[in-house]
Design a protein around this ligand. Sequence first.
Ligand code: MCA
Ligand code: AMP
Length: 503
Amino acid sequence: MIELPLLQQARSHRDRTAVIAKDGTFTYEELLDASECRAAHLLGSRTDLEEARVAFLVPPSFEYVATQWGIWRAGGVAVPLAVSHPATELRYVIADADASVIITHPDLEETARDAIDSPQRHLVSTKEFGDPAHATLPALDKERRAMMVYTSGTTGKPRGVVTTHANINAQVTSLIDAWEWRQDDHILLALPLHHVHGIIAVLTCAMWAGACCEMLPDFDAAEVWNRFEKSRPTVFMAVPTIYRRLIDVWEDATAERRQSMSDACRRMRLHVSGSAALPVPVLERWRAVTGHTLLERYGMTEIGMGLTNPLHGKRTPGHVGTPFPGVEVRLMDDNGREPSPGSPGEIEARGPNVFLEYWRRPDETASAFRDGWFATGDIAVVEDGGYRLLGRKSVDIINTAGYKVSALEIEEALRSHPSIDECAVVGVADPDLGERVCAAVELGSNDELTIETLREWARDRLAPYKIPRDLRVAELPRNAMGKVMKVEVAALFHEGRKDGRTE
Ligand code: MCA
Ligand code: AMP
């Protein structure tokens, strides 16, 4: 039987602790058994799910990993759903992925039920996985589809980024190699598990290495510090907003506690930042607090991780380093030529790490590639032998707390508000979030809208991080052709904040 390399790896670490989470502490042996049980339940009388999409709504926990591996072992495509999303967002993903089965944690069953758009889709609670079950599991070719992660593009609605087992293997082994993951590593996960940062860079790397992944159900800055002190992790990975909030908690602590928090960090071997630009002052403050120079890297759902500062050697603030092992990266200008040295260009990537396709979007897949290179939409320059990011090609992509969101998707949702005639959504620089989502709206005559009522209305319609934090009711600035000018829209928000928080 051909077995996935990830499982072969787990078999060589049977007695080691794989996961520490709210639902307990579990070894690799228990993970192998539990995932076989879930695979057997999913298969029933079938021998192979043959790439059927299985969506799962499970908080970070042992159950999450057992379910993910169970789907893989049964021959399915794992579609992680975001536990923070309202049913409307989940319904879109479930329908777009055309999931035949939706697995839910019992606490989220009501939301999952609301998110199912068709009686063709079968809801399963993880409670039903209680009884042991065994099955002959299918042999899996590594070129088969393994996972679909939904991420926003320039075209509006999120798209399913499909990766094969071979893609995942390449993404993981490249990180293991670059950052020298080893079995005695212990990583604290404080990220969501519906994006590649948490799924691949943290969880799957740890599982491949035979390391321990300790999971928090969600991010809580005080709890992260507690775990740094008590659980003695060796590695931590997060987005800049998380590092900023950890610094805030450290600043508020007593001198004695600060010492203990800093000592806990000094015992660790690696702190990584990614998903959004790491401001140099945050890097410097974190270094002063913990002794660690954050290792900044660059990644994207479609490629896994692309560029990294070195594990050993000089990490340059404001830079994202050089390609990961096995990943090819180049810059291209608008004319399809490599820019002259020191000039900006769009980052393109090629290699076994690059995704297979956007699910059921052949045209979008084709137009995302140039001569076999994936065009990322991120602009960079090469300086001193390393890459420095300059921004994105599209103003309609906003990066808020490491979440990439589409302004167009949010505008589409806001236009369904009964008082909103027209709107424009922009990202505005924010000290906590990197960028915050802001909406300028034109209202119908006699209509009124406040940020509070808008946020309340949006709660059931948009993921929490897509909901505007700031609102301006104004005539939208347009050019002579009548097109809304986003730069001018963003300027509306620079005149002081209306959400009560201080800069
Ligand atoms: C809490 N709040 C605060 C603070 N703490 N406000 C200001 N300062 C603070 N220190 C308040 C907020 O105002 C808000 O209130 C409420 O608490 C919730 O905060 P919010 O920021 O909305 O969210 P959060 O739940 O605290 O989460 C922040 C987070 C999260 C943990 C940074 O955004 C996160 O997990 N981001 C990472 C996303 C990620 O993994 N991305 C990877 C995709 P109110 O609700 O009243 O406003 S990119 C990727 O995968 C590629 C491959 C890559 O490169 O990695
Ligand atoms: P996603 O499509 O959700 O995977 O988000 C990937 C995007 O996050 C990239 O296209 C970049 O715009 C952004 N990103 C990732 N890492 C960094 C970084 N170190 N600095 C700036 N932006 C980053």
